[in-house]
Design a protein around this ligand. Structure first.
Ligand code: NI
Length: 210
């Protein structure tokens, strides 16, 4: 056991856990003061989250946070190889926008769903195009250089880290919040992992009025 505990692998894993715990604690401290408005699940950040970005969309076009006109952005960070968390959250996001499409189309047309990859080495435009179409016809996948992704993740206070597997493959650890961003670039709502489509649709309506 002694050898295991002092092995470089164990130390690396332990350091990773500490980093994740620290990131989670900081996020908790920020969100613990958040005020719930409208739907129970939409949190209002009391600190500045978000910012300008310049990325490549799933068609290969250079886009920025200003490319979506007067729409609110619904932003999620993840990666297409994610085994469970991303598909779950993106399905919820897609279903939430579909609910709005059907029942509140005037609200739905004010919302642009975005998926930003934290794995730009593997998630190129073709991979993103094939992926986002599983979730909603208007969902846009975004990627970029390592620096561009690091910058946008930092602006949104998103934690992500590569986890190498023994078979040479890897996964990405990442935080799993969904951000509702105003056309002015302010994050006005945050949804937790495990929100339901109804929660997200209601939360968007509470924030946008509809
Ligand atoms: Ni994921």
């Amino acid at each position: 056991m002694q050898r295991v505990l002092t092995s470089p692998l164990f130390i690396a894993l332990f350091a990773g856990l500490l980093a994740a715990a620290a990131a989670g604690f900081i996020a908790y401290q920020e969100f613990a003061q958040s005020r719930q408005t409208g739907a129970d699940t939409v949190m209002t950040p009391q600190v500045h989250i978000g910012g300008p970005f310049s990325l490549i969309d799933h068609t290969g076009a250079r886009v920025t946070d200003r490319s979506y006109g007067d729409r609110h952005l619904l932003v999620y960070f993840g990666f297409t190889y994610c085994p469970d968390v991303c598909p779950t959250d993106l399905a919820v996001m897609g279903q939430a926008v579909s609910l709005l499409d059907e029942e509140y189309p005037e609200v739905a047309e004010q919302v642009q769903p975005l998926f930003i990859s934290v794995d730009p080495g593997r998630d190129k435009p073709p991979e993103l195009a094939a992926y986002v179409e599983n979730f909603h016809p208007r969902m846009v996948g975004l990627t970029g250089s390592d620096t561009e992704i690091a910058d946008v993740a930092s602006a949104y206070r998103v934690y992500y880290a590569r986890q190498d597997l023994e078979d040479g493959d890897y996964l990405m650890d990442h935080s799993a919040f969904t951000y509702l961003v105003s056309p002015e670039g302010a994050t006005i709502g945050i949804f937790r992992h495990n929100s339901t489509p109804e929660d997200v649709a209601d939360g968007i309506r509470a924030k946008l009025g509809g």
